[in-house]
Design a binder for this molecule. Structure first.
Ligand SMILES: Cc1cc2nc3c(=O)[nH]c(=O)nc-3n(C[C@H](O)[C@H](O)[C@H](O)COP(=O)(O)OP(=O)(O)OC[C@H]3O[C@@H](n4cnc5c(N)ncnc54)[C@H](O)[C@@H]3O)c2cc1C
Ligand code: SF4
Ligand code: SF4
Length: 568
């Protein structure tokens, strides 16, 4: 059997690679063979985002995006930045809102449906062009990267033992899979010199009694513990759908963040309760966000035979909460470089170097550069989230508006307000402080950490709040019986880890931060052991990021198994 070889093989059918495929097919005026792999059973089936997005790339690919056919959840009519105490909710007055929180006119989308729609359009466009072949393989995850010397020549997709059946080859392999396998490429060539930092995102989709279509809230404050960077997002979609989510930094000392429970706390807020009263949950899911930005970008965006795009590259802009448009633009521009490289028959790193220049020279580079110190600010000024914001929230709960609360907190805490000015300058008008780097998120974990008790709002409806075990039902996960997609490398390491965290009365980080109650510690024959209920796993990779001993690896499951994020 001869080997299967593509000109371009796309790993991951997310916004980045789907934009790439669309643009490449548009450009192709000669034969080209493109393959697209995704780990989900159907294109879009494992995709989860917010998502409110600037439509600047969508509108390049689909000029009629707002006229009917494109799968929109709505267009933002009003956007708010809201500061939450545990009882009260105050919107930041419009003139004081940072401009990047103003989302009016932006597309509200669910990226799983968008990717499925784009797959149809790519197939349609390719069919109309002589010699342009696009083969899509949902349910075929890349397991590992194939190298010949230092050149990437494709990926391994199966484990039958026959190279002809297991391997897919390509002149260029493009990794747009949020790092599931491309982390090996980054490590092999030591491409990410300044490290990366992640956040965990959890999300529920609700059907509500009332429609909030076009309303977009980003929230700060409650329910995050003092010092924890993150926030909530609430997006009103068509058909009385309401998206409620939380994003929280993984670089937080608490070994037991319990992300799905932080989201339940947000839902207990009286204002959120009003929105979901009489409604029902439809879906649940979780994913991670690479937040380092500009200085966490790899040194090279391409090596011989391979490129990186989207979240795998790290173009998410946390300041603007803009990942979808930047991922899509990275794919769009990668396609232009790729087409030239494939035409010339030169897919070396040097031939594909213009991709980096074009991406950083355009609006993606400009905005990422502007946001380059955003994430670092909260490390440099820990007092901001650690003490200033909690005091501000107390004032808000005491009945002061945002401006009043800020003035009183500032007067009572002049040192804190000076820090606030410093932090704001670092975010909004930074001078040149040079590159910043990020330590692994796991290194922030403090086994003995005790979180300040979060106040619980009174009077919430118990039926709207779920245990993690219960909410996972709404991720609709499905696996084969003998599925083992997470590797635990060393059982002895887990035993030591459990003993340490037990001695502090804590769960181990994998147990305490898992978004789907997969990890457990069980006592078997008198020994406390690590176990996994893999059938619950939503493949978010949080456990791998937080495991203090780098003792886990989350792989894509075979044959498309995992969560069903359709509609997320
Ligand atoms: C909770 C949350 C809320 C967000 N909200 C917003 C928002 O409001 N606005 C915004 O602009 N951005 C938002 N983002 C960020 C945005 O979703 C991402 O930046 C964007 O989806 C990145 O696109 P991508 O194509 O690079 O990767 P992804 O969207 O992650 O797609 C990767 C694809 O690769 C596939 N895959 C993974 N591993 C493999 C493998 N081994 N083999 C084959 N396929 C594989 C996956 O199944 C998936 O289809 C949010 C993210 C989260 C998690
Ligand atoms: S997997 Fe990691 S976090 Fe979990 S018990 Fe083992 S060593 Fe600890
Ligand atoms: S086991 Fe890991 S990858 Fe799976 S849901 Fe839990 S944290 Fe996410």
């Amino acid at each position: 059997m001869s080997r299967i070889e593509y000109d371009v093989l796309l790993v991951g059918a997310g916004p980045a690679n789907m934009a790439l495929a669309m643009r490449l097919v548009e450009l192709a005026n000669a034969p080209i063979r493109i393959g697209i792999l995704d780990k989900a059973k159907a294109i879009g089936g494992h995709l989860l985002s917010g998502a409110v997005s600037n439509p600047r790339v969508i509108s390049k690919l689909f000029p009629d995006w707002d006229k009917g056919e494109f799968p929109l959840e709505g267009i933002c009519k009003h956007s708010y930045l809201s500061v939450l105490g545990s009882e009260r909710w105050e919107d930041v007055p419009r003139p004081l809102m940072p401009p990047y929180f103003k989302k009016e006119g932006y597309a509200i989308i669910n990226i799983s449906e968008m990717a499925a729609y784009m797959a149809g359009k790519i197939a349609e466009k390719a069919a109309a062009k002589e010699g342009v072949v696009v083969d899509m393989f949902p349910g075929f995850p890349a397991r590992s990267i194939l190298f010949e010397g230092d050149r990437v020549v494709g990926v391994k997709v199966d484990n039958t033992g026959s190279a002809a059946e297991d391997n897919l080859y390509a002149k260029v392999t493009v990794f747009g899979e949020k790092g599931f396998v491309s982390r090996d490429l980054i490590e092999k060539f030591n491409l990410r010199k300044n490290g990366q930092t992640y956040a965990v995102g959890v999300k529920e989709v609700w059907e509500t009694a009332q429609s909030y279509e076009g309303e977009v809230w980003h929230t700060l404050g409650y329910p995050l513990a003092a010092g924890h960077l993150g926030g909530g997002f609430i997006y009103g979609c068509k058909g009385n759908k309401l998206i409620i989510g939380m994003v929280m930094g993984a670089d937080f000392p608490d070994p037991n963040i319990r992300p799905p429970q932080v989201l339940q706390e947000l839902k207990k807020h009286p204002s959120v309760q009003k929105m979901i009263k009489g409604g029902k949950i439809i879906k649940y899911g979780a994913s991670i966000l690479p937040e380092g930005g500009y200085y966490s970008l790899p040194e090279k965006f391409a090596v011989d035979g391979a490129m990186l795009v989207g979240d795998a590259l790290g173009v998410l802009d946390v300041k603007r909460f803009s990942g979808v448009d930047k991922a899509m633009e990275s794919g769009y521009l990668a396609a232009e470089t790729l087409w030239e490289a494939v035409k010339k028959g030169d897919t070396s790193a040097a031939a594909m170097a213009p991709f980096k220049k074009n991406l950083l020279g355009g609006w993606v580079g400009k905005e990422l550069f502007d946001a380059r110190y955003f994430r670092k600010t909260f490390h440099e000024y820990p007092q901001l989230l650690g003490s200033f914001v909690p005091k501000l929230l107390d004032k808000i709960d005491g009945g002061a508006g945002v401006i009043g609360a800020a003035i009183v907190t500032g007067l009572l805490d002049p040192f804190g307000s000076l820090k606030l000015i410093g932090a704001r300058t670092m975010i909004e008008n930074p001078g040149d402080m040079g590159p910043v780097s990020y330590k692994n998120d796991r290194s922030y974990t403090v086994p003995a950490y005790t979180a300040g008790k979060r106040p619980v709002p009174a009077g919430f409806d118990e039926t709207t709040i779920y245990s993690t075990a219960d909410v996972v039902f709404y991720a609709h996960t499905h696996y084969e019986e003998d599925n083992r997609h997470i590797d635990e490398f060393d059982t002895q390491v887990c035993l030591k880890c459990i003993a340490l965290y037990d001695s502090h009365g804590k769960d181990t980080p994998c147990v305490g931060d898992c978004t789907a109650e997969v990890h457990q510690t069980l006592t078997k024959e008198g020994v406390r052991r690590h176990a996994m209920a893999l059938e619950n796993c939503v493949q978010c990779t949080t456990c791998e990021i937080v495991c203090p001993y780098v003792n886990l690896r989350v792989n894509a499951a075979f044959h498309g198994y995992g969560p069903d994020f359709t509609g997320m």
